[in-house]
Design a protein. Structure first.
Length: 51
């Protein structure tokens, strides 16, 4: 990733993605994992609002 592109993204995210790749995860696997967690949090918030 070149420096110009890297400046667009938060450096912490870039490091996390690089670390995931070193562990053998694909970008798509990381994306699915993050989307799954976001959905869980959203469901918890919606359930709480219904109480």
């Amino acid at each position: 990733m070149n420096e110009k592109v890297q400046n667009i993204y938060d450096k912490e995210w870039v490091l996390l993605i690089k670390e995931a790749q070193q562990l053998g995860f694909t970008i798509e696997e990381v994306r699915r994992f993050l989307q799954g967690n976001v959905r869980v949090e959203k469901d918890i918030k919606e359930a709480h609002l219904q109480d």
